[in-house]
Ligand binder design. Sequence first.
Ligand code: 5RP
Length: 233
Amino acid sequence: MADLVQLMKQEVGKAAASRVKSNSILGLGTGSTTAFAIQYIGERLAKGEITNIVGVPTSFGAEVLAKKYGIPLTTLDAVDHIDLAIDGADEVDPQKNLIKGGGAAHTREKVVDSLADFFIVVVDGNKVVEKLGSTFLLPVEVIPMALAPVTRHLEKLGGKPELRMGIKKAGPVVTDQGNLVIDVKFDSIENPAELESTINNIPGVLDNGLFVAVADLILVGEIKDGQATVREF
Ligand code: 5RP
């Protein structure tokens, strides 16, 4: 099963990378699926299939990968638009709304992905849900001194919040901005746009992982008869 998931991620990452055109400013997403896209973009650049590409990374992790695969990088101070962003997601609903933040990078991801003229989301088939919140907790980035009041506020909204803890690191996960992440279980997210802005209005919250009406195209990796295929919606 783990191998099949890897295969889906790989195919969908390759499919997204194949849509990159020369002379583009790219938003480079975060996570294991986007990692394949970054790898294939780097390989296409190295082969000369595409030229004059520059990337804006959505995290330190994306920056490290882009450097590894030879993709030149820039910042939002130096460019006035992004042509194409490619990023993963933790859940996708039929309206193309997303939950992101499994890698604690959703704040920067939302900045970059929202700026893009075209935003492609790359997911394996397990990420497609009827309703957001069905399988994944909603990540909320919070400044450390506001952890207690934000946690209480999220409980009042009907959520079950838990501070995200590090793996192979003692203590909580610390974001690229030096903040904390609260993962919140909501039994059902009926109105993602309303919940996104309600949570973002809590003092001390930087941003949450709901991405509403940001994605243009979803590429879904699937396995059919043992073969990885890519479906679009
Ligand atoms: C990071 C993200 C990732 O894009 C999301 O968690 C999907 O990751 P993966 O491709 O590893 O499943 O939002 O903050």
